[in-house]
Design a protein around this ligand. Sequence first.
Ligand SMILES: *Cc1c(COP(=O)(O)O)cnc(C)c1O
Length: 458
Amino acid sequence: MEPFRTIIEPFRIKSVEPFALSTREHRQECLEKAGFNLFALHAADVMIDLLTDSGTGAMSAEQWAAMMRGDESYAGSPSFYRFEAAVKELFPFRHVIPTHQGRAAEKILFSVIGGTGKTIPNNTHFDTTRANVEFTGAEAVDCLIPEGRVASSTHPFKGNMDLVALDRLVADRGRQNVPAVFVTVTNNSGGGQPVSLENLRGVRAICDRHRVPLFLDGCRFAENAWFIHEREPGQSGRKVRDIVRELGSLFDGMTMSAKKDGLSNIGGWLAVNDDELARKCRNLLILTEGFPTYGGLAGRDLEAIAQGLREVVQHDYLRYRISSTGYLGEALTRLGVPVVQPIGGHAVYLDARALLPQVPPLEYPGQALAVELYLEGGVRGCEIGTVMFGRQRDGTEKPAAMDLVRLALPRRTYTQSHVDYVIEVVDRVAQRAGKLRGLCIASEPPALRHFSATFTPA
Ligand SMILES: *Cc1c(COP(=O)(O)O)cnc(C)c1O
C-alpha cells in the first residue's frame, strides 16, 4: 500500500497558546520600533516564530506530569537519578553532569582541557562552542568534507568529518596539543546536515591511532540517528534508540543542549568516562552552575528532560519531525525559491543572495529578506550571513560566505497548516523579491552585532 501523503502530527492538542493575527500596518510599526532587527521585536508581535528551534518546542502531557513529580532537594534529588538513568539509557557514560544549557557544559569542559597552544578539531564548531574554545586561548578548527560547504551538493551526509584533513591536523599539531576531537550531530552551522555511522567509525579509528579522546556535541542526536536510519545502507531495519546507543558508544564524552533533542525548554549536560576529568569538571560546576545533582536546573527541569529523552527517539515522532522540515523545504524548492540542499533536520535555509541579486552583500540581502517575511506575514526567521559574520576583527567589513535566512522549526509546536501559511508568505515575498531593497546599519555594538544592531532602509 502507498504511504499517505499527508504528514500526520503524531499528537493532538491539549492546551492551546493563541497568537494574535496582526495587520501589515501593525508589523510595519513594530519593525520601525525595533530598528528593523527581528531580535528586538516583542515575541507577542510575531505570528509564526521560526527564529530558533532551541528551547521553543512544546512539551508532552507526560513531561508536564513528570514536572509535578520534580523533587527540589538540593542534594541527591530522585529527579537527578531519573535524569541520569534516562541519559545513560542512550549514552552510557560513567559520569553525567547536568548544566543549565549546552554552552555551560562547553564552558566547563574547555576550561579544563583547553588553553593556549591547544587545538580542538570539529566537523563544524557551533558558534558558542567555537567561542568557548577560543576564550581559553585554544584554536577551533573545522574539518568538514568539501561537499558540506557547497550549497547545491546533495551528499546524503553533508555533516561528515573530512577524515584525511583530521588525520593530518592531529599529526601536525601533535597528540599532546589536541585534548579532544569533537563531532557535532547534526551539523547545526552547516545546515542541520547529518553525519554517518561509517564516518563516525572512521573518526574513532583516527582518535584511537593518535590516542586522542573523542567528544560528541549531541544537540540533535535523534534527528541525526533518523537520517542514519533513512539513508545509511544496512540501517533501516534498526531501532533509532539502538542507532543512538551505537553512536554514543563511539565517544569518550559529550556536551548536550537539552533545548534541542532533549525536547525541553532549558537544560543540558556534560558526560565523560574519565574519572579525573569528571572530578575537575564537577569542581568548576559547583563554582558556576551548582551542586552536581542539579547543575543549575530545578528538579522539575531534570524530570522534563528525562521524559523528553524517551519521547525523542520514537519513530513516529522523528518521521513527523524530519518530514515536516522536508515538506517546507521541498515546497519552496518546487516554487523556485533557492533553498540550501538537501533539506536538513531542524531548519530550511533560504538563499537570500540568490533570491535578491540586486542587493549587494553589504546591504544585507539576508536581513532584507527576513524583514520582508515578517512584514508580509508575521513570520520571524533569522539572518545567517553578512550581518552575523561580516564584521572582521580588524574592524573592516566583508561579505559572509553566504547570505541565508534560516527558518528553524520548533519541535511539536506548529501544524502542517502553519507550515502551509509560511510557504505562502515566502512565495509572495519571492514573487516580488527583485524589487526589494537592502538595508544600512544605523548603529551596532562592538561584538555579536546581529543581536542588537539597528538598520534603516537603503
Ligand atoms: C544550541 C547548540 C549549542 C549550545 O547550546 P545552548 O543550550 O544554546 O547553550 C551547542 N552546540 C550546538 C550544535 C547547538 O545547536
